[in-house]
Every structure is written in structure tokens, then in C-alpha cells.
Design a protein around this ligand. Structure first.
Ligand SMILES: Cc1cc2nc3c(=O)[nH]c(=O)nc-3n(C[C@H](O)[C@H](O)[C@H](O)COP(=O)(O)OP(=O)(O)OC[C@H]3O[C@@H](n4cnc5c(N)ncnc54)[C@H](O)[C@@H]3O)c2cc1C
Length: 452
């Protein structure tokens, strides 16, 4: 039998790679990992975690305004971008050390540097060549910018977390969750924000009622939302400000343009094609339900496979891979009914099928929906409404999808996701006693079908 330096080499120390390497080491495998940037990966360093910290920061603006209706007089407020970024960086540094430690404590060897395959069993990193019985590609993805003149002047989410100053006027390009979240962050922190998207409506893939409701809410919150809008070119004036030219001949003057127009899998220059690993047209590693690539001992998990690009999914895929290959416990990551949130303002939570998906798959679908003013805003006076919606299979009474726009939507939908995973029926929802007074109780008191 061939003797390799290690049993498993993990390329990428992000959500999926860390979990896979740590679990494999726990099963007794000799593990090495390479990370070219910072341990923790996109989610911890420049994704979910810092993003949520910035969302928290930006939510204070509403809090100060809403306090008056409850009798408070809030004095002059001011916001210090540099202090927020410094505090955020301190926390991210702490988390990064924890993630690196997870590997090292599990007995894995860490390499700092960009890795690539030199042959099907050999990884080159930091001037060394290491042979491995199994290789896991967990290299994640990278933001892409639109191909227009002046694109080099744009920032992406990567840079947005480290801007030396808060831009006073920002244009965010894109309609996905990252675009919508950053528009809310900058808006809450006091920047003037335009959200420009060439599609019909923001949040493609989410339920249409959610998309329309959120679009109306973010317009109310002061964001200049422009859908069905093409961009033509970006120019810089001598004073450093930017001018974004749009397809309709108009332009927007601003201090920063953030492209949140998509991400591509990190497979370039890894040497994958040369050893026979099949990639799809977008450059994602093609894998089966076991996360196994077209080369038997090379696996891939997380965003580099472009399945469901969320941290908990990458973690599940990495864990299932490690249990299967090194733990003698074959299992696949389950991609059904994955809940997700958009940390917009107000936020979105969603699990299961949208109404449109349900209508395609089931012959009769019942829709339960409500929209109401949150109790807090009876006194605050804020004009913001909650949306809640259940999508039900009429034949079996099973709840196929639950969707919400409103405060704590992510927290609420996480609980509802358990019910949906357990195949709860609408009758089960109705039999559940509400917690009063909450917004969440509306999910168990939706009595009237609005559509069949
Ligand atoms: C702005 C933003 C916000 C997000 N918010 C959320 C959220 O709220 N909730 C959620 O679930 N998901 C969120 N995501 C998505 C989430 O970050 C990803 O799904 C998750 O990080 C994927 O994990 P991964 O292990 O596949 O890749 P990553 O976490 O991207 O890790 C890949 C790692 O591989 C390293 N690497 C790449 N190439 C090489 C190489 N050749 N050699 C060595 N190292 C290499 C990279 O430096 C990186 O650290 C967000 C993403 C972004 C960009």
C-alpha cells in the first residue's frame, strides 16, 4: 500500500474545511490544511459574522428614532465608523485564533499559503510538497464585478468591511441577499444609498410576496431602490467622487460603488482540471451526493461546489464527508428544507417551498398570509409592517413553506424550520398554542386561506 504523508489534505480553512478537518482528525486521520488568507474563511472573516455586527450597529438608528414614542428623549447622536470597524476587527481576530486552534488542537498540521495540486495525490503549499491519500477542496468563492468600463473603481463585500471612512453616498449593485443587507447597513449608518438591480425584483429565488413586501419596506426606510436598471459605466472625477452611468441615460453621483452581483467558485489555478476533476460551466467542482468529485479520492464541500452557498450547509457537507470517509459512518448532507435569513431591515426568514415552487410541484396549494403592524410600532409611530405566509399542500395538509419579513424573522423561522423538517401539517400548527404577545404567535393563528 502506498504511504502518504497525510491521510487527508484540506485546501481551505473556512466553514466546510475546518469542520471536515477537525472531524476527520477526531476519527484518527492524519490531517493537514492549507489556508491562504485567514482561518475561519469567508463567513468568519468577511461574511456572516462581521456583516451581522455591522447590521447590529446600523439598527441603532431606528432604535433612537423609535424611543421618542415610548417617552424617551434621546440627545444628539453621532456615529464613529472607525471605532466600529476597529471593534469588529478585534472580535474577528479573536474568532480567527479560535478557528486555527480548532485545527491545531485536533492534531492537524496547518500551512499558511496558497495550495495547488501538482498531481492527483500531491499538494504544493508554502514551498513544500505534501502527499495525501484523500484531498478535500474547500476553497469557497470570490465576489465578481460586472464587466463595465470603470469596474476597477468598484468595491465588493471584501473591501466594504475595511473601508477607512464611511462613504456618504453609496450605490450597491445587485439584488441578492448580500446587496440588500449592505444597502440596509449603509442606510442605517446614515449614508445615502441607492440599490441598483437589473432584474425585475430583489431577492430572486425567495417567495414573491416576500420580495415585494421587502422592496416596499426598504423604500420606506429611505433606500433609493432601482430595479430593471442597467449600468453602463463608472467614472471617477478629479475630486475622487464617482459617477455611475445607467442604461436610461441618467447617472448617480456617489463616493463608493459596491458590486454585490454574484460570486464565483475558487477553482482557478488549483490544478484540478489537470488531474481530471470535472468542473461545471461556472467553474464549480462537480460532486455527487457524497461530495465526491470525478476523481475518486478528491472531494469538495461548501461554496466551491455551488450547491446551497450557506455556512451551515458547508459545515454539514464537511462533517458528512469526514464521517463517511474516515469515521466509517456513511452519510450524506441533506439539502432539503434548508432555512435561511436575509439580515435586511426589516429582516427576512424563509424555509421550504415558495408559493411558485409549490404550485409547480403540487396540484392544489393553500396560502395563508397576514400583514400587520408590529406592536412596538403602535407607539413608535414607525410605518413598518410584518409579513407572514404559510404555503400548504391542500391534499396532505402538510406545511411546505413558511416565510416572514419582520423583526427577528431569522430567529422565528429557525423554530418553524424544525416543524417543517418534521413534516408538520397545518393542523399541527393550529394545535400549537401561541406565546402572547409576540409576532411569532401569528404563525399558529392563521385561520383563513387567502388563496387556494
Ligand atoms: C458578505 C457575505 C455575507 C454572508 N452572510 C452569510 C450569512 O449570513 N449566513 C450564511 O449562512 N452564509 C453567509 N455567507 C456565505 C458563507 O460565508 C459561505 O457559504 C461559507 O463561508 C462557505 O464556506 P466554505 O468553507 O465553502 O468557504 P469559505 O468560508 O469561503 O472558505 C474557503 C477558504 O479557502 C481559502 N482558500 C481559497 N483558495 C485557497 C487555496 N488555493 N489555498 C489555500 N486556501 C485557499 C480562502 O482563503 C478561504 O478562507 C455570506 C457570504 C458573504 C460573502
Amino acid at each position: 500500500m502506498t504511504q502518504y504523508d497525510v491521510d487527508l489534505f484540506v485546501i481551505g480553512g473556512g466553514s466546510g474545511g475546518v469542520r471536515a478537518g477537525r472531524i476527520a482528525a477526531g476519527h484518527g486521520a492524519r490531517v493537514a490544511v492549507a489556508e491562504e488568507y485567514r482561518y475561519g474563511g469567508t463567513c468568519v472573516i468577511r461574511g456572516c459574522v462581521p456583516k451581522k455586527l455591522l447590521v447590529y450597529a446600523s439598527e441603532y438608528a431606528h432604535g433612537f428614532q423609535d424611543a421618542a414614542g415610548f417617552g424617551w428623549s434621546v440627545g444628539d447622536t453621532s456615529f464613529d465608523w472607525a471605532r466600529l470597524i476597529a471593534n469588529k476587527d478585534k472580535e474577528i481576530g479573536r474568532l480567527e485564533r479560535i478557528y486555527r486552534g480548532l485545527f491545531e488542537n485536533a492534531g492537524a498540521k496547518t500551512y499558511d499559503g496558497r495550495a495547488r495540486l501538482v498531481d492527483a495525490h500531491t499538494v504544493e503549499v508554502a514551498g513544500q510538497q505534501i502527499t495525501a491519500g484523500t484531498i478535500l477542496i474547500a476553497t469557497g468563492g470570490t465576489p465578481v464585478k460586472p464587466e463595465i468600463p470603470g469596474a476597477e473603481l468598484m468595491i465588493t463585500s471584501n473591501e466594504a468591511f475595511h473601508l477607512p471612512e464611511q462613504p456618504k453616498r453609496v450605490v450597491v449593485l445587485g439584488g441578492g441577499y448580500i446587496a440588500v443587507e449592505f444597502a440596509g447597513i449603509f442606510n442605517g449608518l446614515g449614508s445615502q444609498v441607492s440599490l441598483v438591480y437589473r432584474g425585475e425584483q430583489i431577492l430572486r429565488g425567495f417567495d414573491d410576496d416576500v420580495r415585494n413586501h421587502l422592496a416596499a419596506e426598504i423604500v420606506k426606510s429611505g433606500i433609493d431602490l432601482r430595479v430593471k436598471t442597467d449600468i453602463v459605466k463608472l467614472e471617477q472625477a478629479t475630486d475622487g467622487s464617482l459617477l455611475l452611468h445607467l442604461g436610461d441615460g441618467s447617472s448617480i453621483a456617489c463616493d463608493a460603488v459596491m458590486a454585490a452581483t454574484g460570486r464565483k467558485p475558487n477553482t482557478q489555478g488549483l490544478g484540478l482540471e489537470a488531474v481530471g476533476v470535472a468542473l461545471d460551466a461556472d467553474g464549480a467542482v462537480q460532486v455527487d451526493a457524497w461530495s465526491q468529485s470525478s476523481v475518486k479520492h478528491i472531494y469538495a464541500v461548501g461554496d466551491v461546489t455551488n450547491r446551497i452557498n450557506l455556512t451551515p450547509v458547508a459545515i454539514r457537507e464537511g462533517h458528512a464527508f469526514a464521517d463517511t470517509v474516515f469515521g466509517n459512518r456513511p452519510r450524506q448532507a441533506d439539502h432539503a428544507d434548508v432555512p435561511s435569513a436575509v439580515f435586511s431591515q426589516p429582516p427576512v426568514g424563509s424555509v421550504g417551498l415558495t408559493e411558485a415552487q409549490a404550485r409547480q410541484r403540487y396540484s392544489a396549494v393553500d396560502i395563508y398570509r397576514t400583514s400587520f403592524k408590529p406592536m412596538r410600532h403602535t407607539l413608535s409611530g414607525r410605518d413598518e409592517r410584518i409579513l407572514m405566509k404559510l404555503v400548504v399542500d391542500a391534499a396532505s395538509d402538510r406545511v411546505l413553506g413558511a416565510h416572514m419579513v419582520g423583526p427577528e424573522a431569522g430567529e422565528i423561522i429557525q423554530g418553524i424550520a424544525i416543524a417543517i423538517k418534521a413534516k408538520a401539517t397545518k393542523a399541527d400548527f393550529d394545535a400549537t398554542v401561541g406565546i402572547h404577545p409576540t409576532a411569532a404567535e401569528e404563525f399558529v393563528t392563521l385561520r383563513e386561506k387567502v388563496k387556494a
